[in-house]
Design a protein around this ligand. Sequence first.
Ligand code: FE2
Length: 191
Amino acid sequence: MSQAVDKTMVAWATSVAEAELSGALPRRWAHSQGVAARAAELASALSNDAGLLAAAATLHDVGYAPRLVVTGFHPLDGARFLRDEHGADEQLVRLVANHSFALLEAEERGLREELEAEFPLLEEPLLVDALVYCDMTTTPDGEPTTAQDRVEEIVGRYGADSAVGRFIRRASLEIFAAVERVDAALATQPR
Ligand SMILES: [Fe+2]
């Protein structure tokens, strides 16, 4: 994918996410912008996929927008919205559907088979890890944080026994491992 196409996709993603989130859920929008800023930091490690990562980062939580809530599981609602209302790039839609170990949360909600069948996980582990990294090292207000603090914050906010709390506790080791893999990939980048 060329740089020009990348930039077009990122600009489009930003305008869609802003339209859906900034008015209805300003804090989610601040978080999404912070996640996009993290994605920009990873651009050199992702080379050709940098635009795709940036677009997915901006849009990953779009499914929280109240008008888009159908199942109440935001990765699935967001991905279906992007596919059905915007005919979005298939890889982008699959990244949004699977962001930050959504399959594990889908399992808690009895939606794993539906999610897997409709939006298979991308076979690009570094790109998938990179989106985990961006989301899980950004606070709800869009500031940088550590994955450890982020997981604690999520458990505290939703409650340890909620679907999200159970999911994040199960996913935490995977989250930390993904962040470490991205850190390792960044460490090999020329500065
Ligand atoms: Fe997020």
